[in-house]
Design a protein around this ligand. Structure first.
Ligand code: ATP
Ligand code: MG
Length: 264
């Protein structure tokens, strides 16, 4: 298997909604591109929030057709658009609500998938392996807030999962379900898969959050936290990545610490 030797595949996942996955993908992709790396961003969420942040609102995504092999990667990828030179290093595979066709298409194409990939879970990995060497240094994948086909395929294809987690009871309970899935994939399909838990939208002045973070740190290795900051919301609405905000910006400082801890 050639993947991994020249391209790092990073999936941002949490089956809980609204925890900061899309934020994490946007900041990661722009950070890597700003450092000069060539980045492929794949939006697997039919809400297409990440695609819109890269100014790409498309009528109909062909991601399901690409995965089953009916169209090529050239048919699904588009250059990122926006202010800033770093955009030239970013290519996006945008999503749309047609992403919801995926599960149906997977059932209809079962026979061909079995011949080509063995199992549907391996389709994304297979497609990424077909990318010519040197085209991209990193792949960053955003996933929907559920444990469905999109997420499983992304996990099988990845080297690393980043799991943004809010320090609240419900989020931490949901994490166990995701960790069970992670363990199964590690045992069956992808033994080198690694994960990092990123405390997200943290308000450390709230006692209860501080306490939950400490509990989380007892069960898992957690990264430095990303605070809940108005400037993070502005970064998305103005489509201006945090790496382009001043070094004094608190969001910039949080992400700097995070990237250092993850060697990114
Ligand atoms: N560190 C932060 N500080 C303040 N607001 C944040 C932060 N991170 C994310 N947000 C905001 O919280 C909301 C949810 O974030 P985001 O869309 O990234 O979550 P998500 O996990 O991708 O959601 P979904 O599950 O619906 O895809 C957005 O409005 C986003 O701008
Ligand atoms: Mg999202």
């Amino acid at each position: 298997m050639t993947r991994g030797a020249y391209m790092e595949v990073i999936t941002v996942a949490n089956n809980k909604g609204g925890v900061g996955k899309t934020m994490q993908c946007y900041q990661l992709a722009t950070h890597l591109a700003n450092k000069g790396h060539k980045v492929l961003v794949i939006d697997l969420d039919s809400q297409a929030n990440l695609s819109s942040t890269f100014n790409l609102q498309i009528h109909r995504t062909l991601i399901p057709e690409w995965l089953i092999g009916d169209v090529t990667i050239e048919d699904v990828m588009v250059p990122s658009e926006g202010k800033g030179k770093f955009h030239k290093n970013i290519t996006v595979i945008p999503s749309s609500r047609h992403m919801a066709n995926l599960s149906k298409l997977l059932i209809l194409s079962e026979g061909e998938i079995r011949k080509e990939a063995g199992r549907k879970e391996r389709l994304m990995r297979l497609r990424l392996e077909q990318i010519p060497e040197g085209m991209f240094d990193y792949v960053v994948i955003d996933t929907p807030p559920m444990l469905g086909d999109e997420l499983i395929m992304a996990l099988v294809a990845s080297n690393k999962i980043l799991i943004p987690t809010q320090a609240q009871d419900y989020s931490i309970d949901g994490l166990e379900e995701l960790m069970d899935t992670f363990e199964i994939i590690k045992e069956t399909e992808n033994s080198s898969l690694e994960f990092s838990i990123i405390p997200s939208m943290v308000n450390a002045r709230r006692k209860i959050e501080k306490q939950r973070l400490e509990e989380l740190a007892q069960s898992f290795n957690i990264t430095p936290p990303i605070r809940n900051l108005v400037q993070m919301q502005e970064s998305i609405s103005l489509k201006r990545p945090i790496c382009k905000m001043g070094k004094k910006s608190r969001g910039h400082q949080d992400y700097q610490k995070l990237w250092e801890s993850l060697n990114l």
